[in-house]
Design a protein. Structure first.
Length: 256
């Protein structure tokens, strides 16, 4: 049974000091109200929109010298998890120091859960040939059917928790669809309706989850600026040396 908790920042910080936080993460979802500045989130979204206007969509392997890039995903057949989304990929080594400093608390939380002597600054400062790297992902799921099929994400020493920042206003920027978790006991439980812009969703990557189609009755248009936006500060392995923890697993792969 998955329990959903609404916390303020002080309550969440207190929880982080308790061993039960990570021990029980597979059975709990935490929504931390007002965790991030709405003003800063809007600045990040505008940065993405401006970036897309001057850079063609592309994909780059995560190797030394990898630039920031954005990509249009439309159920790419070779994707581990199919989705319809506009995704943005930012890296600290491309002089995005202010962006990564803004999310330093989240990176610190992730790094503090690693059972090693590696300091968070090493993850933040790593380049792909050095080991696991930090990345800020921004996803826009457009109205007209944007979404992501149900899946689980790999759990690794530096990805023991999933951290998702709500960057939209549900019931304003979109009205139907959105993030859900799925368990045998409860079926689908939708989370966006109990969040607002700036809230932080924390859960295990191993919980089945997906993004149900966003406002499918709308006409789809990549140029729309509304829809469902999220921001995810993550620590991942690079494409230089695989860590062995695997890739996301689609729950529909058995149907292919």
């Amino acid at each position: 049974m998955i329990n959903i908790h609404l916390l303020d920042i002080a309550e969440f910080n207190e929880l982080l000091n308790s061993a039960r936080f990570i021990n029980d993460i597979a059975e709990n979802v935490y929504i931390v109200k007002g965790y991030c500045s709405v003003h800063e989130i809007e600045k990040i979204k505008q940065t993405c929109l401006d970036f897309a206007k001057i850079n063609e969509p592309a994909w780059w392997p995560c190797v030394d010298g990898c630039p920031d890039y954005h990509r249009l995903h439309y159920n790419y057949p070779k994707a581990h998890v199919k989705s319809i989304q506009h995704a943005y990929y930012f890296h600290r080594w491309n002089c995005n120091y202010a962006l990564f400093d803004f999310f330093s608390d989240i990176f610190n939380i992730k790094a503090s859960l690693v059972n090693s002597n590696i300091a968070v600054c090493e993850y933040l400062n790593n380049i792909p040939s050095s080991g696991p790297i930090s990345r800020v992902l921004v996803h826009q799921y457009p109205r007209g059917g944007g979404g992501q099929e149900e899946h689980i994400d790999p759990v690794s020493p530096y990805a023991k928790i999933q951290t998702i920042i709500q960057a939209s206003v549900p019931n304003k920027d979109f009205h139907s669809g959105g993030l859900y978790i799925n368990t045998n006991e409860t079926g689908k439980v939708y989370l966006d309706g109990i969040t607002n812009k700036g809230d932080l969703i924390v859960m295990s990557p191993g919980i089945k989850h997906g993004v149900e189609a966003i406002d499918p009755e709308f006409e789809f248009d990549w140029l729309r600026e509304d829809g469902r936006w999220i921001i995810m500060p993550i620590i991942i392995d690079s494409d230089v040396e695989k860590d062995g923890y695997g890739k996301p697993i689609s729950m529909s792969q058995g149907d292919n």
